[in-house]
Write a protein that binds this ligand. Structure first.
Ligand SMILES: [Zn+2]
Length: 329
């Protein structure tokens, strides 16, 4: 999906076009995006805008545009963490510095996209600073990241910043219906958060089925009726959509916490650290928070399938306790 088909990026696109038309396209451009809001699409637009030399850039048909769109532009470089690494390493940035010291292949601009830029370790960030301080003419560095505060101030101060915010939920849904079909997109946004670009990558109907199946199983667990080992094994199977399942699980738990918190007696009982009484909730909030923590931990650890099953099982065993804990109080 391109930035030009995304209405909430229009103002940022205008800003970039004006800067280029005035010959002020930044050497360092930091795109700060909310998850799934379209930062990468904007970064791709900015790169093509910088590479195209036509007056109506990005024109879409010149040699620079065609090479860029075919992902074969010799003066466009993407730097990302290599394979399983979480970090952009200092060697990658040093290699980049050597490459940027040479003149461009096509005789025009050279554009580098660092993504996610906040995955540079401190050494890599220091190496990048040199390039930002003394760039060759025509070089543009685009830093795409969701947590710019993790970058050194020396880098931030040398970049022009653009912030990409997700639109209102209704705008996300209209955009998803237009570009991704019927949905149901409301459910997808419930599970994934208001992250339209991320939602566009999933099959909304399948995700809705996964969510209702997860909801049903968790309600059963709460009632002490779920086959927990069997369910954990099934959910952890290699062919199962593990990350989406975790997202459904987190959504269910946070809704239960929201529901319990909305009840009037809740706040005083939380302050007194007492368990919730059965009349105000079927569940114990402290336990629900622990289950939620366990889900976040599972996501963070990316366990092997064997460990996944065990960890899921341990997490699910806590749910009937959450139900019983409330009744015992
Ligand atoms: Zn062009």
């Amino acid at each position: 999906m391109t930035a030009l088909e995304t209405p909430w990026l229009a103002a940022l696109i205008d800003q970039l076009r004006r800067a280029r038309a005035a010959g002020r396209f930044p050497t360092g451009l930091l795109i700060h995006d909310e998850r799934g809001a379209g930062g990468n699409a904007l970064a791709q637009f900015a790169a093509q805008l910088a590479l195209c030399r036509e007056s109506d850039a990005p024109c879409g048909h010149c040699r620079d545009c065609r090479q860029f769109l075919a992902q074969q532009h010799p003066d466009y470089v993407e730097v990302k963490p290599i394979e399983d690494s979480k970090y952009i390493r200092v060697e990658q940035v040093r290699d980049l510095g050597q490459e940027l010291a040479l003149t461009s292949h096509n005789g025009g601009a050279t554009v580098v996209l660092l993504s996610p830029a906040d995955s540079m370790n401190p050494n890599a960030a220091n190496a990048l600073l040199k390039t930002l301080e003394e760039p060759r003419a025509g070089v543009s560095l685009i830093l795409l990241c969701s947590e710019p505060s993790r970058l050194p101030a020396t880098i931030l101060s040398r970049c022009q910043k653009l912030k990409v915010l997700a639109p209102a939920r209704s705008v996300s849904i209209a955009w998803l219906e237009r570009h991704g079909g019927a949905g149901p997109w409301g459910v997808a946004l419930d599970v994934l958060g208001n992250a339209p670009f991320e939602a566009l990558t999933v099959n909304a109907a399948e995700l809705a089925r996964l969510k209702s199946e997860t909801d049903r199983a968790l309600s059963e667990a709460l009632a002490g009726r779920l086959d927990i080992p069997g369910t954990a094994e099934r959910w952890a199977a290699k062919s199962a959509p593990f990350e989406l399942r975790l997202a459904c699980l987190e959504t269910w738990i946070t809704s239960r916490i929201d529901e319990a918190s909305a009840k009037p007696r809740q706040s005083s009982e939380m302050r007194s650290r007492a368990h919730l009484s059965e009349s105000s909730s079927d569940m114990n909030i402290a336990l629900l928070l622990r289950v939620l923590d366990a889900a976040y931990e599972l996501r963070r650890l990316r366990l092997t399938s064997l460990n996944r099953s065990l960890a899921l099982e341990q997490m699910l065993w806590q749910l009937p306790r959450a139900g019983r804990g409330a009744k015992a109080a």
